[in-house]
Design a protein around this ligand. Structure first.
Ligand code: MN
Length: 742
């Protein structure tokens, strides 16, 4: 068996062969470094691990790639599998080699998924991320080629996985890059593991017919060659049988057996120039009967991967159909090696910077061309779209993150998770700290440093972020965070008001007290009240006053209860004072309530909570049991004639407003509007500009995008109410303002 050292020397000779001017001592250094790094590692077949990078480097020299690519191939598993770091490789062998190794490492980390859509997406991302240095992909394809060639020692599961990945990702990439040779071998080897029965069936059948095929092919080859000589066309004729995977696909997809496969045989005529191609086509069509509709001119219209040839299918003397491909040598090299042909055949021995840029331009052009029209040859249409407005970067774990062009670490962080964005304190690109306005480039590894006590986004992040997703998340943070600010602000305002009233906070938040207090202030929670105070929707002073009122009220109830208990044996009517007190005004039947009750003096009056009548409203009274006269608006459903019980007929009494009264009255309004930011604030502003005392304001979002706002105010009369209702109606988005009734 050939030793590792001998294999290295063969490699060095090969490199010297096509790169005679380069200094191969650098290659030796790289080899020795790689051998040392992989020293303790063995491959599954028991051979030293370094035999793998050696084999990959050998494949890279087959493609005629430059010295840096060969060096990178030798080092390609060092960062991933040994203690080597990017920095060390860069220090020892230069940044270019390190970048190539780094690129291959990133590609290795791209997660393979069996979901078809994601595969396509991965494929696209791999291509795009690496488009800036195509050598990375070429090395990676060589890596995969060697791995799949030596896969027999792997577990069956691994074999299937790798084969599938090769078939779904690497073979299409090889095709995209125009590397037909590589593509065929990758496909055949994958098939061998994915469908071994079919693979061997086809291979055995082909072997059985080998003699026959040989005879057939050489006779065709001879006739063409002879005829070319007669026509004075310089050309070389090759014959081959199509690769197993393409036969397999035709058999299984078109449900045909081997003998029914149309173009099992392919002949190639390679000539010096394009006019000769068309001359050869004439010759072939003269020699054999062409099959209609099978001629394709890929010289006039090259394939997206820049493949050029004339294709025609003809019927041979024995009735056997076969395909003939006619091309120039230039086209041939491109067809065999694709993008790599630029190193191998076109750039010669001095690959200048310009030349490599030309290659990258070639790749970009290739990626820009999307439509692969040859559906026969490619079952799956690969759409590798080039979006100039996108960048593809990696997480440290190797996941590809797709961002808009010009994206910053802020976009990256919020794409990962809003918590990552909100907690970001620093960002690293390829291991180095960058500013938040750093513009990310495809292929970079981005890392976000977060901290629990991070201050959160700053307002200018919205300007720095390129993606809508990030901007929305930052805005959400501010909205939420602002609420917290509002709560904190409102709380301190409320607490200082309470202090002013000499009410200890502890009293308010007592378990038994708090629900009553909240009911009184009409907020669902203290935070809601604080937030409202904070943004100005409620007054801290008013809230504190109402809390005081409630505490006084609760105190009195408590006291009365205690008294009632004392005289429990002899229950006396409990007097509960309601909002509007009773006043004996003597001869003018004037009532402190501002309401005159017909035929009654000194009677207790209260205003029904359901409809909150105010002067100017038509009203009606109801004599309650023990609570005086309850005054309703005439249009209140609770006072509707139809709802009056016959036995209570006499309880309904005429009441009227005392015109001279200077009292104010509570009334409740309800407003329905399209929900939006600042709606409640607008309502509060209108109410305060109307110089009406606002007793409570509560906003509720409705599930259908609307909001309901309830306001309780103090007014003098119905004219006040009408005025304020008109003003509220003018608020943008408001579609209904009603007085609460019933
Ligand atoms: Mn490898």
């Amino acid at each position: 068996m050939i030793s590792i050292e001998e294999r290295y020397e063969k490699l060095e000779q090969k490199v010297k062969g096509y790169l005679p001017t380069v200094d191969v001592s650098r290659l030796r250094e790289v080899f020795e470094y790689a051998a040392k790094q992989h020293e303790d590692q063995l491959r599954k077949d028991g051979s030293p691990f370094v035999s793998h990078p050696l084999a990959v480097a050998d494949l890279v020299t087959d493609l005629g790639l430059d010295l840096e690519s060969v060096m990178a191939a030798l080092l390609h598993d060092c960062i991933e599998d040994t203690s080597s770091t990017y920095e060390e490789v860069a220090h020892k062998f230069g940044a270019t080699v390190a970048d190539l190794v780094d690129g291959v490492t990133k590609l290795t980390r791209v997660q393979y998924t069996s979901k078809e859509e994601e595969q396509m997406e991965n494929l696209r991302k791999m291509l795009m991320a690496m488009a800036k240095d195509i050598r990375v992909i070429l090395i990676k394809i060589c890596d995969r080629m060697h791995n799949i060639r030596t896969m027999e020692y792997q577990s069956e599961r691994k074999q299937r996985e790798k084969s599938l990945e090769t078939l779904e990702i690497y073979a299409p990439i090889a095709h995209r890059l125009g590397m037909q040779r590589m593509k065929w071998e990758l496909e055949d080897l994958s098939l061998k593991y994915l469908d071994p029965i079919a693979y061997h069936e086809i291979a055995d059948e082909l072997a059985k017919q080998a003699q026959l095929q040989e005879t057939f092919m050489s006779s065709i080859q001879r006739s063409i060659q002879t005829r070319l000589a007669e026509e004075h066309i310089r050309g070389t004729v090759y014959g081959r049988i199509k690769h197993i995977y393409s036969i397999y696909r035709k058999m299984y997809i078109q449900n045909k057996n081997l003998s029914e496969i149309f173009d099992l045989y392919a002949f190639r005529v390679i000539v010096d120039d394009i006019p000769s191609c068309y001359n050869v086509l004439g010759v072939i069509h003269d020699l054999y009967k062409p099959i209609l509709g099978r001629f394709k001119d890929y010289i006039g219209t090259p394939k997206p991967n820049l493949y050029q040839s004339l294709h025609t299918t003809v019927i041979g003397s024995e009735g056997m159909p076969f395909e003939v491909q006619i091309r120039t040598w230039d086209m041939h090299h491109t067809a065999e090696y694709g993008v790599a042909a630029h190193w191998k055949y076109k750039q010669g021995l001095n690959l200048s910077k310009n030349a490599s840029e030309e290659v990258f331009a070639w790749v970009r052009r290739l990626l820009e061309t999307q439509q692969d029209t040859d559906a026969e040859e490619y079952v799956r249409t690969l759409k590798v779209d080039l979006f100039a407005d996108e960048v593809f970067v990696f997480t440290p774990q190797g996941d590809v993150i797709n961002l808009p062009a010009g994206a910053t670490p802020i976009d990256f962080a919020y794409t990962i998770h809003s918590a990552v964005g909100n907690g970001m304190v620093a960002a690293k690109v390829n291991g180095r700290i960058v500013n938040f306005d750093y513009r990310l480039n495809s292929g970079q590894i981005v890392e976000v440093v977060t901290a629990k006590n991070a201050r959160g986004p700053s307002r200018d992040w919205i300007k720095l972020a390129k993606s809508n997703e990030a901007r929305t998340k930052i805005r959400q943070w501010f909205k939420r965070e602002k609420r917290e600010e509002n709560i904190a602000h409102g709380r301190s305002m409320f607490e200082s008001e309470l202090k002013h009233l000499a009410i200890p906070m502890a009293l308010v938040i007592g378990e038994e007290i708090l629900p009553h207090v909240l009911k009184k202030v009409r907020f669902g929670s203290l935070d809601e009240m604080y937030a409202a105070i904070g943004y100005g929707g409620a007054s801290a002073q008013k809230c504190a006053n109402r809390v005081k009122e409630e505490l006084v009220y609760l105190n009195r109830i408590q006291a009365e209860k205690a008294t009632a208990e004392k005289v429990a044996a002899e229950p006396a009517p409990v007097k509960v004072q309601v909002e509007s007190g009773v006043a004996n005004t003597g001869n003018r039947k004037r009532s402190a309530s501002g309401v005159i009750v017909e035929d009654m003096t000194d009677c207790m009056v209260k205003f029904a909570k359901c409809c909150t009548p105010v002067p100017g409203d038509e009203i009606v009274g109801f004599v309650t049991r023990g609570y005086g006269v309850s005054v309703h608006r005439s249009d209140c459903p609770n006072a509707a004639i139809s709802r009056r019980k016959p036995e209570e007929k006499d309880r309904w009494v005429f009441v009227s407003w005392d015109q001279g009264s200077q009292n104010t009255y509570k009334t409740a309004l309800e407003l329905t509007a399209k929900d939006r930011d600042g709606l409640t604030l607008d309502v509060a502003m209108i109410l305060s500009s109307a110089k009406l005392r606002l007793l409570s304001l509560a906003a509720n979002s409705l599930p259908d995008g609307y909001a309901k706002i309830s306001a309780v105010l103090e007014v003098k009369n119905s004219a006040d109410v009408r005025t304020v209702m008109n003003k509220l109606n003018q608020i943008s988005g408001v579609y209904q303002v009603t007085r609460v009734s019933g």
